[in-house]
Unconditional design. Sequence first.
Length: 412
Amino acid sequence: MKIAGHRVLRNARIDGRDDIVDITIAAGRIGAIDAAGSAHNDGDTVDVGGRYVSPGFVETHVHLDKSCIVDRCHAREGTLAEAIREVANAKAAFTPDDVHARAARTLERAILQGTTRMRTHVEVDPGIGLRGFDAVLALVDEYAWAIDLELCVFPQEGLTDNPGTEELIVAALRRGARVVGAAPYVDRDRHGQIDRIFAIARDFDVPIDMHLDFTLDVAKMDVEYVCAKTREHRYEGRVAIGHATTLSALPAARFDAIAAMLADAGVAVTVLPSTDLFLMGRGIDHDIPRGVAPVHRLVKAGVNASLATNNVLNPFTPYGDCSLVRMANLYANIAQLGARDELALCHRMVTERAAQILGTGDHRVEVGALADLVVLDCASAAQAVAEIAAPLYVFKQGRMTVSRAPAMLHRP
Ligand SMILES: [Zn+2]
C-alpha cells in the first residue's frame, strides 16, 4: 500500500556507511535508513542503483540580482573597479521585472544543480533603491517548494560615502532581509562601514555576512578588526566573511595567527573561487597568483568555511552554471587537493559546513534530518568532487523537485 508523503530511495550509498542502504522518507524527513532490501515498500520508490545520495547543496553566497547581465556590460580590464563601475551603469536600467526574470533564471539553474538552500546577497543604494531587493524577495515564496532562500542586504556602492544607503538597508531588513552584509573596501573609511554594519546587525538581531579583504594587498586587511568587533559585540558564530583573498598572500606564521583568531571569534570564511581567480592578480604579467584563500587550512585550525558561486555571468565573473559540485572541484584543483578525505572536505564545504554558516546544524543524510537530498551519478562524495558528478534527482523535504536521465551512449 502506498502512503502519501512516504518515499523510499532504494540502493543508495551514503556518507559513513560502506553498505548499500534504503532511505525511507516520511513527512519531509528521513524516517529510517536500513540495509538495502529491508525497507517496507509502502511509498513511491526510486531505485538509485547504488549511487551516492548527498545532502542537498547549500549556496552561502550568490548575487541573483545582478546575474546574467554579461551581454549588457564590458569586461575589458577584468578588474574589481571595472566590474563595480560596469554593474553600476547597468543597474540604472534595472526594472523589477528584469531583476525578477534574471534572478529566477539563475535560481532555477541552481535548483537544477541540486541546491536546496541559498543565501543571496542583494544590493541597495539610492540608485536602485529597493527595486532589486523587492524583486528578489518575491522569489522566496515563489520557489519555496524547491529551495530555502534568504536575503542578505548590503551596500555594494558604499555606505559611509553614499548617503541614503543606510536607510535603505534598514528598510530592507524591515521588509524581510534576514542577514546584513558589507563591502568595506568601497568606502574611504573601511572601519567606519564595519562599525555601522555591526550596529545595524545588533539593532535587528541578524547575522552578518560581509565581503572582506578582496585584494592581495595585505596592508589593507580588515580581518583582524572584524574578529575584534565580533568578540566585542558577542557575535561569535554569527559572522561570515567572503573572499578574504589576502589570506592567500600571507606567509605561514601570519596565516596561522589569523586562523587562530578566526577560530576564536567564531568567524566563518566563504571562498568564491571563480570570481577570485578571475579578478585577482590583474596587472601581473607572469607567475600570476591564484588569489584564492586556502580555507582547507583554516578548517584544520577550527574555522568553519564554505565554497560558493558569488557571481554568474556578469563583469565580476563572466561564467557560471550554478553548480556547487563544480565549485568544489575548482577549489580542489586550485588548492592542489587530491586525497580522498580532502575531496570529501570540499564536498562538505558545499553541504554540511555551508549549512552551518546559514544556521542549520543537521544537514546530513541521517535519521531525523530534513529530506533535502541530491542523488549524484557517482558512488561517493570524493568521487562527486573529482568527477563533477551530475545530479540525477533532487528532493526538497522528500518531494522530488528535479530529475534528469543519466547520459547514454547510442552505439551503432
Ligand atoms: Zn559577493
